[in-house]
Ligand binder design. Structure first.
Ligand code: ATP
Ligand code: MG
Ligand code: FE
Length: 349
């Protein structure tokens, strides 16, 4: 199956063509991502109205490039998948409407894909990852531990009770004057830092559930950021925050692995989402997985942050099951990943 995927839920306009074989192997034929960072930089964050307008302007060219790089014309497609939420609804509508137009014009099946489901399958773009697995989905807006049995079949084991980890990275980075998006810049700054001098909040460590909390850390670190005087101070704080986030992610994942191992034979731990691009986060989680006897996998760097290959793959896996969406599928600003009815029901709107 060859599927065109479209992603417009935040500030990247992305299109990709992915091929999925009957045995579940995925090949990325093209993946084009236009980042709007420059459009939003002056505002220190994503401005929804600007994002939506930019998607309208860019999507046609991005899709053309994705088709050209895949060396395909529309006759070579078996379906089209578009992010239908969650996200900034003005942007989601652009990609979803474009997907509907392609589906109607070419008489192709449309798959309305949950953006988080895209992140959930993204590790399969780089390796033969087989279901089931335990997933830490850690992105700009979400931080969840999930039991992933297959496409459309996921149970949430824990989630953040306040902010997402990516949000904590972004807010602290902003307080440190690093601009938007802050995660990668904070990681760079932390390279020369030693965070041990800061006593940062350690929320929920050792707690018996699998939930997260980052708002205390975010607030404390943002306050400390304003007291930093030297570049070394800033680097030290960046390292302290990065270490604290990695430590919490790994403490909560450790909890989930232990609970998971009581119920299942298989031992595969996957981390996905933008924060999975952070090397300290990756290596800390890898060590935690090893300690618990779990194999560890993360997507290739390019598929951690938002992209359309993950949406094309999720769409292809849905198409393989015959789960096609109605042409009047709606854009959803909120859409929990384990909402069974919406995920498994092929006629969801
Ligand atoms: P969601 O997927 O929850 O809707 P999103 O799509 O905006 O949110 P992603 O694109 O998956 O999120 O990830 C973006 C987030 O990842 C941002 O918060 C960004 O700061 C963070 N991030 C990206 N690279 C790194 C890095 N190297 N270190 C830390 N954080 C990073
Ligand atoms: Mg983004
Ligand atoms: Fe995302």
């Amino acid at each position: 199956l060859t599927v065109l995927g479209l992603e417009t839920s935040c500030d990247e306009t992305a299109a990709s063509v992915v091929r999925l074989t009957p045995d579940g192997a995925a090949t990325v034929l093209s993946s084009v991502v236009h980042s709007q960072i420059d459009d939003h930089a002056a505002y220190g964050g994503v401005v929804p109205e600007i994002a939506a307008r930019s998607h309208v302007e860019m999507i046609d060219g991005v899709v053309r490039r994705a088709m050209a790089e895949a060396a395909l014309d529309y006759d070579g497609l078996d379906g089209v998948a578009a992010t239908a939420g969650p996200g900034l609804v003005g942007g989601v509508m652009v990609g979803l409407s474009f997907g509907k137009a392609v589906a109607l014009a070419r008489d192709l099946p449309l798959m309305a894909v949950n953006h988080l489901e895209g992140h959930a399958v993204s590790a399969r773009l780089g390796a033969r990852v087989k279901y089931p697995f335990l997933l830490l989905l850690v992105s700009g807006g979400h931080c969840q531990l999930l039991e992933v049995r297959g496409i459309g079949d996921m149970t949430r084991l824990g989630t953040t009770i306040d902010d997402a980890a990516g949000e904590a990275f972004d807010k602290v980075a902003k307080a440190l004057g690093l601009g938007y998006p802050g995660g990668p810049a904070l990681e760079k700054l932390a390279e020369n830092g030693d965070g041990a001098r800061f006593d940062l909040p350690r929320a929920l460590l050792g707690r018996k559930d699998c939930d997260f909390s980052f708002s205390g850390l975010k607030t404390a670190a943002s306050r400390l950021a304003h007291t930093c005087e030297t570049d070394q101070d800033r680097a030290d704080l960046a390292d302290g925050v990065q270490t604290a986030i990695a430590r919490q992610l790994s403490d909560r994942s450790d909890r989930a692995m232990k609970a998971y191992a009581e119920q299942h034979q298989h031992r595969l731990f996957v981390v996905a989402g933008g924060v999975a691009a952070n090397r300290t986060v990756r290596s800390t989680l890898e060590a935690t997985a090893a300690k618990n006897g779990f194999a560890f996998l993360a997507p290739p760097m390019a598929y951690c942050t938002d992209n359309a290959a993950m949406i094309a793959l999720a769409g292809a896996e849905r198409l393989q099951k015959g789960w096609v969406s109605d042409i009047d599928a709606v854009a959803r600003p909120r859409w929990p990943l384990d909402e069974k009815s919406a995920l498994a029901d092929p006629a969801h709107k």
